[in-house]
Ligand binder design. Structure first.
Ligand SMILES: *Cc1c(COP(=O)(O)O)cnc(C)c1O
Length: 392
């Protein structure tokens, strides 16, 4: 008999009753150190007092009016994002995959309005992840996500990650945009080197096509900059955001330059919930916290502590771990053992991590994880590694 929850997830037999900072507490009082943060979502940890205050104040005032009317909290969050980034304008969604939908529509509409309606193709990369909508799975293109769900949305050209020649071969007079995660998350914490992001910007400029960054996972402070592409000193035309910006409340956004957004006129796109007062109140509070030089420099300091510790584990357990990848607090432990075994051993050691492709274990803690919790995390990861090693 089919379970009452559609069985699409492979869940660990764990459930949590409460959370506090980087800790999740089970009903029977066991305390798990959370290095997954709800897949890079709980950017300020669990039960952050300022986020609770922002959400409850808004909840007592007004939940939802729809985009038939002005929404001051939405205006405030849009202004914050425009002030802090390359973007001139923002559309609010409820998730990463909805942000992908709009990014694709926006790129196509841009060229349609420029009198180039055949420019519909978007170049994407192997190992990428852009969400589970029809556009999202077609964009990423992996058989794991697309098999059985055809016909797929056409117009995506998939090329290998990390090599230049296929990119030059893929571009044509049908190309509208290149879409890429500056740091692949699901794909195994694979970082695009800064010089390659720069090269991609030049490439798009020279071909007159748009550059779309998917910063759903690597954005909002996770890389140690507010957005990961800032490390490369270049800017996209369109950017997808979600996950960390809501700190646990479902909200996403598409940021764009005035030029790239020029096709998106009244009536061309919409969302009932997108940019609702609850999500925007929380998003504003997250940004007020994260988008300060002091906070981001502390993320980088914590990231160094975490990374040093992880590199120590790689040396200590050469049969279990092969190396550390990533940037800031978006880190990956490349495994020599099976990454799922490492994640499962973490459950025994009461530390939560997230598996990814390429046999990687993701370390995505709250951006404000305490130094003591980093030390505790490393001890628990050591305990997990010992379990895996002794089982070998
Ligand atoms: C998670 C993720 C998405 C999809 O976001 P949802 O909120 O799950 O729809 C898209 N792109 C990237 C890079 C992601 O990590």
């Amino acid at each position: 008999m089919i379970p009452s929850i559609l069985p699409t997830y492979n869940r660990a037999p764990l459930s949590f009753a409460s959370g506090s900072g980087s800790w999740l507490i089970t009903d029977d009082g066991r305390r798990f150190l959370d290095l997954g943060a709800g897949i890079a979502v709980n950017s300020l940890g669990h039960a952050h007092p300022e986020l609770i205050a922002a959400l409850t104040a808004q909840a007592g005032q007004l939940w939802h009016t729809s985009n038939l009317y002005l929404i001051p909290t939405q205006q405030k969050l849009a202004n914050q994002l425009v002030d802090l980034t390359f973007a001139d304008t923002v559309f609010f969604t409820n998730s990463g995959t909805e942000s992908c939908e709009l990014a694709v529509k926006m790129a196509r509409k841009y060229f349609y309005d420029k009198g180039q309606p055949d420019r519909v193709e978007i170049i994407t990369f192997e190992g990428s992840f852009h969400g589970r909508s029809s556009a999202g799975i077609a964009a990423a293109g992996s058989e794991k996500m697309t098999k059985g769900f055809g016909p797929l949305l056409p117009g995506f050209v998939h090329i290998p990650f990390g090599v230049h020649d296929p990119l030059h071969a893929a571009v044509s007079d049908k190309t509208a945009a290149v879409m890429i995660e500056p740091i692949q998350g699901e794909g195994g914490i694979r970082q695009v080197p800064d010089h390659c992001l720069k090269g991609l910007r030049d490439f798009c400029d020279s071909h007159g096509i748009l550059l779309i960054f998917d910063e759903v996972q690597c954005g909002v402070g996770r890389s140690g900059k507010l957005f990961a592409h800032e490390w490369a000193g270049i800017e996209p035309d369109i950017m997808m955001v979600a996950k960390g910006i809501g700190g646990g409340f479902p909200i996403g956004a598409v940021l764009a330059t005035e030029e790239a957004a020029s096709g998106m006129t009244t009536g061309t796109h919409g969302s009932t919930y997108g940019g609702n007062p609850l999500g925007c109140a929380v998003g504003s509070a997250v940004l007020e916290h994260v988008a300060t030089p002091a906070f981001l420099s502390d993320v980088n300091r914590k990231a160094r502590l975490m990374r040093q510790g992880l590199e120590g584990l790689v040396v200590q357990f050469p049969n279990v771990f092969g190396g550390v990848t990533g940037s800031g607090l978006m880190l990956g432990l490349k495994c020599r053992a099976n990454n799922i075994d490492v994640v499962n051993a973490g459950y025994v050691a009461e530390v939560l991590t997230v598996p990814a492709a390429e046999n990687v274990v993701r370390i995505l803690p709250a951006l404000n994880i305490l130094d003591d919790d980093i030390k505790a995390a490393l001890l628990r990861l050591e305990a997990a590694a010992l379990i895996v090693q002794s089982a070998k």
